[in-house]
Design a protein around this ligand. Sequence first.
Ligand code: ZN
Length: 447
Amino acid sequence: MRLWIKDPIAILAEGAERGLVVEDGVIVELVGSGRDPMLPVDQTFDASRHVITPGLVNTHHHFFQTLTRAHPEAINKELFPWLQALYPIWAKNVTPETFRLGTRLALTELMMSGCTAASDHHYLFPQGLESALDIQAEEADRVGIRMTMTRGSMNLSRKDGGLPPDTVVQDEDTILADCERVLNRYHDTSRGSMLQVALAPCAPFTVTKRLMRESVSLAEKYDCRLHTHLGETLDEDDYCLEKFSCRPVDYLEDCGWLNERVWLAHGIHFNDDEVRRLGHACVGVCHCPTSNMVLASGQCRTKELEAAGSPVGLGVDGSASNDNSNLIEGVRHALMINRLTYDAASVTHLDAFRWATEGSARCLGRDDIGALRIGKMADVAFYALDELRFSGAGDPIAALVLCGAHIADRVMVGGEWRVVDGTPTTIDIARLRHEHGEAAKRFLESL
Ligand code: ZN
């Protein structure tokens, strides 16, 4: 079936003024101004109410944290004390049931904001949650969104001088065996893949050096990506200097992680030499503007990293430091925070959109999503400009960022409608709100 998405108000694509033609989940034609599609179509969707962008791609999140948003123990703290406050609460209350609801809610919320592909960094494995990635695979399928699950890990805890409690870490052999299990079971590298797996030690300092190195070997064996947190706070620099007598990027290099399979979350506190080395190695960086502002972490050097050769993507980060999962809001925040670093002409709404789409897709190692071009998957976000906040707006694409779009009217993933009239087609959101809200109560009751 050939579907013509016809005559949008504006579209973030070259030569597609009259829209797109989609067939079998793939974009097969861009319809330029002054003409109709080259071949007859079976169906037409009137997009004259919509501004169209590529589906957004989220490259850093911790889905389980939707259960501890605006948590009274954690608000108004910076990263390390914030983590120390939340770890015991998570350790006690993240169960397969609460984790499933947290995952479902994060995926649904992301998708409603215009996201068509999402990555989650799951590193918390208390006893009983060994099936975390199996749960995420089921939920991504249920919601109907593309996903890169990451098999996170921690094997250093408080008894080793680390931050997490002993109950949420696993030993090296257990972690490596489960990495292979989930790679074998879920990692689909085919074009148009709906589900992939990456390996993601929580941070280089929460695992042993052997685990960092073994993760690289497995990534080469299974052709998957590698992910971790790096350069989020100055506390981390101090910790690394004290423990390892080097800076975080030096330690990363020592672990064999300066290579193009890697994308890092945050990447704020890099010096000029480190930016050059990361760019030269094509290491991706996921910029998390909202979280960086909430935790007062700092500002990512997005433009220097891109100029050096690093793909720069965008992420909402976990919902305990955002405290939502809205990536189109993240695009607006990215523009705003970058304007504190660069002048107005040097960073524009188009940069922020590029990070949230093509840049994020590159971080995930995907060339089949992240842009509206012939041959790419039909992952598309549709925003209406009906709300008061858009009235009077001139440039429709800029308006999404400057006036503050916060919900997609429609979302298409691989040619399938997943959001219609602002409502997911796959999930009952009233029921989800109730069930998730009830599950989250126990995270407060344990205080
Ligand atoms: Zn994170």
